[in-house]
Design a binder for this molecule. Structure first.
Ligand SMILES: [Zn+2]
Length: 412
C-alpha cells in the first residue's frame, strides 16, 4: 500500500471536483452533522466478502513459517525484552500485529527474538519519549532470510509490562528490563458477604432481564455491607460487559465477533474504538478489566462523530463503523516499507477526495478490493484509502479504511 498523497482531483463519488484552496478551511464543522442515508439492508444481507480473510494478512505472502508453541511469562516476573518502539503504535493483548522490517536494526532484533522465546516488547513513542507501559508480542509466523534481507512476520499481543530500565546494546539495539504486569480478575462485588440463605434465588445472569431479577437479591445482600447495592453494581464486570455489548450490538450485527469474557472484551474495545493515544495508554495502564470497562463505557454513551485531526472537518460517525474483519472494525496492517497503520473501516464518509492514480490491488489488505489514497478535501491531510471491489459480485462494493491517527472522535 502506498501512503503517498498524489494530487487529488476526484471526490468520494469518483467525479472530478475543484480543489481551489486545499489548505484553507472553508468548512464550518458546526453546520454539517446531518445524517447521511445509510443502507443497513445492503450491509446485512448482501455481504459476500469473507470476513476471516483480512486477519490472515495474506499480503505478507504465503511463504511465512508457522512457529509452534506459546510463551507465557509469569505475572510479576522481571525479564529483559528487545523493544520495538513505534510512534502511535499501542498494542493490546489479543491484538494482531503484522510487520515488514527492512532496516538492519529491526531485522537483527527479530533474529534475536526468534532465537529466544519469539517475544518482543511493543512500546509507543509519544512526544519523543517511550511510554513506560507496553505489551509483549509473540511472533507466530515469520519469514526471515538473513541479516541483509527484509523480514515479514505476524505477532500477537500477549501480556502488559512496565519498563524498569532501558539497556542499550551497542549503538542500535534497545533492550529493556521489564516487569510483566498482572491481569487482575475480580468476580462480582461483595461475593464473600453474600447471604447463604439467598443462594436458592441466585441465577447466572446473561440478559438484562436476568440482571434486573437479581437486583432484589443483591439489595438484600447489601443490607449487611457498608454500601447500597447500586454502588456494587457499578463494579460488576458482567453487568459492565453486558452494557458495552448492547451498545456495540450494531457491530456484532454487521459480522464481528465481540468477546463475552470481561477482560477480552475490555481489550477488544480498546483496540476497536477510535481513541487517541492518550486514552489508549490510559486503558493499557489498568491492571483490571473492571476499570477498563468503566472507562470504555463512557465512550459509548452516544454516537461520537469523527473529524479530521488537522482541520476538524466532519468525516463520519461511530455508527458508520462496520467490520471488514472478524476481529472488528479497527485493525492493524502494514505496508511494504514497514509502516504500521491502524485503520477503521467505515461504510460511509464525507469530506474526502481521492488521488487521481488508478485503484491498485498491490499489497491490498482486503483481498478482492483495490485501494485509492484518500485525503481530506479541506486541509489536504492524508486520511487513508477508499477500497473498491474488483469483482462484480463482491459486497460491499466499496468502503473506506481511514487511519486512526487521521481522525479524532468527539461528542456532537
Ligand atoms: Zn482536514
Amino acid at each position: 500500500m502506498d501512503s503517498s498523497t498524489d494530487d487529488p482531483s476526484t471526490d468520494d463519488d469518483g467525479t472530478y471536483s475543484d480543489l481551489e484552496y486545499p489548505n484553507y478551511r472553508q468548512y464550518n464543522v458546526e453546520e454539517d452533522y446531518s445524517e447521511e442515508t445509510t443502507d443497513e439492508t445492503f450491509l446485512s444481507t448482501e455481504r459476500t466478502f469473507d470476513l476471516t480473510l483480512p486477519a490472515t494478512h495474506s499480503y505478507l505472502g504465503s511463504n511465512l513459517t508457522e512457529l509452534i508453541g506459546r510463551t507465557i511469562l509469569e505475572d510479576g516476573i522481571y525479564v529483559n525484552l528487545p523493544l520495538l518502539v513505534k510512534k502511535s503504535v499501542i498494542l493490546f493483548p489479543g491484538q494482531t500485529l503484522p510487520m515488514t522490517a527492512n532496516d538492519a536494526q529491526t531485522v537483527d532484533m527479530i533474529k534475536t527474538c526468534l532465537e529466544n522465546d519469539r517475544t518482543l516488547g511493543v512500546v509507543c513513542l509519544g512526544y519523543g519519549k517511550m511510554v513506560p507501559v507496553g505489551t509483549t508480542a509473540e511472533i507466530y509466523e515469520c519469514l526471515y532470510n538473513g541479516p541483509e534481507q527484509s523480514c515479514r512476520l505476524k505477532a500477537i499481543g500477549r501480556q502488559r509490562f512496565k519498563i524498569l530500565r532501558v539497556i542499550t546494546q551497542g549503538s542500535d539495539k534497545i533492550l529493556a528490563n521489564v516487569r510483566v504486569l498482572p491481569e487482575i480478575t475480580l468476580g462480582p462485588p461483595f461475593f464473600d458477604e453474600r447471604l447463604a440463605s439467598l443462594n436458592h434465588l441466585r441465577i447466572n445472569p446473561k440478559t438484562e432481564e436476568d440482571f434486573k431479577k437479581q437486583e432484589r437479591v443483591e439489595n438484600l445482600d447489601a443490607v449487611v455491607t457498608p454500601w447500597p447495592a447500586w454502588v456494587y453494581r457499578q463494579y460488576d464486570p458482567f453487568r459492565l460487559s453486558l452494557k458495552i455489548r448492547q451498545r456495540l450490538q450494531f457491530i456484532g450485527n454487521r459480522g464481528s465477533n465481540i468477546p463475552e469474557d470481561p477482560a477480552h472484551l475490555s481489550y477488544w474495545v480498546a483496540q476497536n474504538l477510535l481513541l487517541d493515544d492518550n486514552e489508549r495508554i490510559a486503558l493499557l495502564n489498568y491492571d483490571c478489566a473492571i476499570s477498563r470497562l468503566q472507562r470504555e463505557i463512557k465512550y459509548l454513551v452516544e454516537d461520537k462523530i469523527f473529524i479530521c485531526s488537522i482541520c476538524d472537518s466532519y468525516i463520519g460517525r461511530q455508527s458508520n463503523m462496520f467490520p471488514m474483519s472478524k476481529e472488528g472494525p479497527q485493525g492493524t496492517y502494514c505496508n511494504p516499507t514497514g509502516t504500521i497503520h491502524e485503520i477503521v473501516t467505515l461504510y460511509h464518509a464525507r469530506s474526502l477526495t481521492l488521488s487521481p492514480s488508478p485503484p491498485s490491488v498491490e499489497y491490498t489488505w482486503f483481498p478482492g478490493y483495490a485501494w485509492t489514497v484518500a485525503i481530506c478535501k479541506h486541509c489536504g491531510a492524508y486520511m487513508g484509502w477508499k477500497f473498491t471491489a474488483v469483482e462484480s459480485n463482491l459486497r460491499p462494493k466499496a468502503f473506506w479504511g481511514l487511519t486512526r491517527k487521521s481522525l479524532k472522535s468527539k461528542e456532537k
